[in-house]
Design a protein around this ligand. Structure first.
Ligand code: B12
Ligand code: SF4
Length: 518
């Protein structure tokens, strides 16, 4: 049986849909992480389709070992396949699935949506195995597109759609952005939270409460898709929806993936007050800029803590004033970073900072400044955590043209973008010995100070203790800028090998429906 008419994925040998071709199959390619949960973009575009009477079958390759066979089975009685992807490794499985489907039926419609097709629509559509791309918000666009495909009608004029006609690529005009408050709730009920929990060790979900960000950091692609006009859900809706969501699916945690949750401080306070009143018993984390976090008083932060907030992820990005300027991050000063760390910790909220190494203009001097800054924050404010990345330039970001001038080669086809990240963490201006040295610094930073990932900590106590002991020589090395003969890294690698938890074999298809989902 279908779950209340929701999931028409074939269950054993039973073929669900009697009406021909009213089923849409969605595929979510793996982003190679065990910190997996339901793909929000696909849950968002599902609601209008479900409301219009379509059936949805969602296949997430991260929780479905035989995903290719499953997709090929499910498309047999479906109208079309939709895939959601960002630039990088997700493209590999996208291409694999699309090619396999075209080998089975060259006419079966394949639609790509999400960040990569939104930022590079023409090149994505040019792939011979792709029929349609959707740019930007997909809720309204996909519904219209699917209805036209079903009717065999021309899709000319459907805003946000790119398509092929007589071998030519056609791009319809963009669809104006709609504020989040006008969007329907996401179809969380089609997600298999049991399977995600088995993989990740924690039961959690993502939630969006605002769109866009008023800032314009040079490496960020958000402006190109969501613009700069921040808009948000009111506190009541946040409280009501998240209470319902966490209770219905027994979630222990929500990651609010808004680009900048704290733009409106009164809204944040309203949400916290509402959650406290409602007796919320889940924890949550947010993303926000340090300047806005530093605007919160200690009372505000304590209120948010009582409401379940446990972590504020903040893009510090560099410890060098010169690099922050090049990144267009003059809105953030160093005082605000220290203030934010101090106050968050006082309120027992984890300040979680991101760093981007290798931004154009960064040399050994600026890298050293950043390392010293990280060490200083972690020592003065124990409990602060830093996550580091190496810069990858993305199309659609303000820095992309400069990166091309500096020797980055943008791929010419969809499939070549699959290797773009992480290949382009080795940059024309950061390669060879310099790159190796940076990777070593990052490895030492990882063991020098504790960080708490989303996935459950499966390390044995003795592994944890030994890793803790390694943090002391790691800090010494970072202080003295000495990375030769990295014995601690070698020991740590061995420790990781012995403590690696076996990945559970999860096949969503074989799972019993969760009564909470019905
Ligand atoms: C959550 C998140 C993650 C999570 C994903 C967790 C998960 N379980 O899905 C994690 C941490 C794994 C992650 C990783 C990375 N991420 Co990320 N991530 C995000 C974030 C914050 C939210 C995504 C989200 O769910 N949004 C909410 C949904 C509702 O919105 P949406 O995805 O935009 O979907 C809408 C449309 O795009 C469209 N749509 C989406 N899918 C589809 C499908 C179809 C068929 C259709 C028609 C339409 C459609 O309709 C939806 C509703 O309107 C975004 C930033 C953002 N503002 O969105 C960055 C973002 C997507 N990530 C980004 C990047 C760069 C990365 C990393 C490369 C970072 C890194 N250096 O490691 C990795 C890549 C991982 C990999 N191996 O491929 C970039 C993508 C840029 C690009 N060119 O693709 C973004 C935009 C951040 C940024 N500002 O630069 N990420
Ligand atoms: S603050 Fe974050 S979301 Fe806003 S522009 Fe900068 S990187 Fe992008």
């Amino acid at each position: 049986m279908t779950r209340a008419g929701i999931s028409p994925c074939h269950n054993g040998n039973t073929i669900m849909a009697k009406r021909p071709r009213r089923k849409i199959v969605f595929f979510f390619p793996s982003f190679s992480s065990s910190e997996a949960t339901a793909p929000l973009g696909l849950l968002a575009v599902s609601t209008p389709l479900l409301r219009a009477g379509y059936e949805i079958c969602l296949i997430d390759s991260t929780i479905t070992p035989n995903f290719k066979r499953r997709v090929l089975e499910e498309v047999k009685d479906a109208l079309c396949l939709g895939i959601s992807l960002v630039t990088g490794p997700m493209i590999r499985e996208t291409v694999e699935i699309a090619r396999a489907i075209k080998a089975w039926d060259p006419k079966f419609p394949i639609i790509l949506g999400g960040w990569h097709p939104s930022l590079l629509p023409v090149q994505t559509l040019a792939a011979p195995y792709i029929d349609y791309i959707v740019r930007g918000q997909g809720e309204d666009t996909l519904l219209e597109l699917v209805q036209h495909i079903e009717d065999g009608a021309s899709v000319d004029g459907i805003q946000g759609v790119g398509y092929k006609e007589d071998g030519k690529l056609r791009m319809n005009p963009e669809r104006p952005l709609r504020p989040l408050i006008e969007m329907p709730p996401k179809a969380y009920h089609i997600a298999d939270f049991d399977a995600y929990e088995r993989l990740c060790g924690r039961r959690w979900a993502m939630y969006t409460s605002s769109l866009a960000c008023p800032f314009n950091c040079a490496y960020c692609t958000n402006g190109g898709v969501y613009g700069r006009k921040w808009n948000a859900l009111p506190p009541d809706q946040f409280v009501e929806e998240t209470m319902d969501l966490t209770r219905r699916y027994r979630l222990e945690m929500l990651w609010v993936v808004d680009d900048n949750f704290l733009v409106d401080l009164d809204r944040a306070r309203g949400i916290a007050e509402g959650l406290v009143r409602a007796g919320a018993d889940y924890t949550w984390s947010i993303q926000a800029t340090t300047n806005l976090t530093a605007r919160l008083s200690i009372e505000d932060l304590k209120l948010l803590r009582r409401a379940g907030l446990r972590q504020i992820c903040q893009g510090v990005d560099s410890g060098s004033p010169k690099i922050l300027k090049l990144m267009n991050k003059e809105f953030q000063n160093f005082d605000s970073i220290y203030e934010s760390a101090a106050r968050c910790l006082e309120a027992d909220i984890r300040p979680s900072f991101n760093i981007i190494f290798g931004f154009p203009g960064e040399g050994p001097k600026e890298r050293r400044e950043t390392i010293q800054f990280i060490m200083d924050v972690c020592r003065r404010f124990p409990g602060s955590e830093f996550w580091t990345n190496i810069f990858t330039p993305y199309p659609g970001s303000p820095i992309m043209d400069r990166a091309l001038e500096l020797g980055i080669k943008a791929p010419d086809s969809l499939e070549e973008w699959a290797d773009y990240f992480p290949r382009y963490t080795v940059l024309p201006w950061l390669k060879g010995k310099q790159h190796e040295r940076l990777q070593r610094m990052r490895d030492y930073l990882r063991i020098a100070f504790d960080r708490i990932p989303i996935a459950a900590d499966t390390r044995k106590p003795w592994v944890r203790k030994t890793q803790k002991a390694l943090s002391l020589p790691a800090r010494w090395r970072l202080d003295h800028d000495v990375y030769g003969f990295p014995a601690e890294l070698w020991i740590n690698k061995k420790l990781k090998q012995v403590s690696q938890a076996a990945k559970p074999a999860v096949d969503a298809k074989r799972l019993e429906p969760n009564p909470a989902n019905a």
